[in-house]
Write a protein that binds this ligand. Structure first.
Ligand code: NAP
Length: 248
C-alpha cells in the first residue's frame, strides 16, 4: 500500500537537491505534488514532464517563498488546482557563508528572509485552510547547523535555529486543531548547496560522521514521507536529525 495515497502536498524549493528528491519520493508514494522554485523553470518543467501522470498530479509554480504576498497567491493557485493541501513542506533555503567580520548586513538579512521568513509566510498562508480541514502536517527543513552552530555560517545557523523555535511554538499552538508541525535537521547531504564547499571541507565533515558517508536527498525524503503519512499522527513538535549520527 502506498503511504501517501490521496494526499495533496505543497513543497517549496522542489526544483533541485533535497526538494527534488522529496517530490519524486512523494509521487512514488502516491501523493499529488505541487512544488515551487525560484528561477529554475527548465529544471522544474523536466520534473513535471517526468512525474505528472494520470495517477499522480505534479505541477510546479514559480514563487518567492520570502515574499508573503507571493505565498498567499501560491496557496490560492494550488487550492484551485488541487482542491486541498494536506501537507506543507518548507524546504527552500540558501546559504551565503562568511565570517562575521566580512558578513554584510544585506547577506545576513537575505539568508534570514529566504530561510526563516519563508517558513512564517508559507505556514501563515496555509493556516486558514488547515484550520478549516481540521488537519495538516507541516514539515520544516532546518539543519544540524541550526542545532550546533558552524563557524562562517552565523546567518544560516540563526535562520535554521529560528525554524526550530517557530516550529515548536506552532506545534503547541495548533496541536489541539490536529495540525502537526515537525522539523528535519539534515546533516551533510550532497546537493548543489554542498557542491560549493571545498574537497577538504567535505572530507572533514565525512570523517566525523559515524556512518562514514554523506547523505543523499532520499535519506531526507524518507523521513518526510514518514512525517507526512498517517504513520506519524501522534508526533508533533519534534526535531529529527538525518545526519548519519553526526550530532551523536
Ligand atoms: P539546493 O540544492 O540549493 O536547492 C534549493 C531549492 O530552494 C531550489 O529548488 C531553489 O529554487 C529553492 N529556492 C531558493 N530560494 C528560494 C525562494 N526564495 N523561493 C522559493 N524557492 C527557493 O538546496 P538543498 O541542498 O537541496 O537544500 C534544501 C534545504 O535543506 C534547504 O533549506 C537547506 O538549508 C536544507 N539543508 C541542506 C543540507 C545539505 O547538506 N544540502 C543540510 C542541511 C539542511 P531554484 O532552483 O529556482 O533556485
Amino acid at each position: 500500500m502506498k503511504l501517501l495515497s490521496k494526499k495533496n502536498v505543497l513543497i517549496t524549493g522542489g526544483s533541485r537537491g533535497i526538494g527534488k528528491g522529496i517530490v519524486s519520493s512523494f509521487i512514488n508514494q502516491g501523493a499529488n505534488v505541487a512544488f515551487t522554485y525560484s528561477s529554475s523553470s527548465s529544471l522544474a518543467d523536466e520534473i513535471v514532464n517526468n512525474l505528472n501522470s494520470s495517477e499522480n498530479k505534479c505541477k510546479s509554480y514559480q514563487s518567492d517563498a520570502s515574499v508573503l504576498l507571493d505565498c498567499e497567491k501560491l496557496v490560492d493557485n494550488v487550492l484551485n488546482d488541487f482542491g486541498s493541501i494536506d501537507v506543507l513542506i518548507n524546504n527552500a533555503g540558501i546559504t551565503i557563508d562568511n565570517l562575521l567580520m566580512r558578513m554584510s548586513e544585506d547577506d545576513f538579512q537575505k539568508v534570514i528572509k529566504i530561510n526563516l521568513n519563508s517558513v512564517f509566510n508559507m505556514t501563515k498562508a496555509c493556516l486558514r485552510h488547515f484550520l478549516k480541514n481540521k488537519c495538516g502536517s507541516i514539515i520544516n527543513m532546518s539543519s544540524v547547523v541550526g542545532i550546533k552552530g558552524n563557524a562562517g555560517q552565523s546567518n544560516y545557523s540563526a535562520s535554521k535555529s529560528g525554524i526550530i523555535g517557530f516550529s515548536k511554538s506552532i506545534a503547541l499552538e495548533l496541536g489541539s486543531r490536529n495540525i502537526r508541525c515537525n522539523v528535519i535537521a539534515p546533516g551533510f547531504i550532497v546537493t548543489e548547496m554542498t557542491d560549493k564547499l571545498s574537497e577538504s571541507v567535505t572530507e572533514d565533515w565525512v570523517k566525523n560522521i559515524p556512518l562514514r558517508r554523506s547523505g543523499n536527498p532520499d535519506d531526507v525524503a524518507n523521513v518526510c514521507v514518514f512525517l507526512a503519512s498517517d504513520l506519524s499522527t501522534y508526533i508533533t513538535g519534534q526535531v529529527i536529525n538525518v545526519d548519519g549520527g553526526l550530532l551523536t
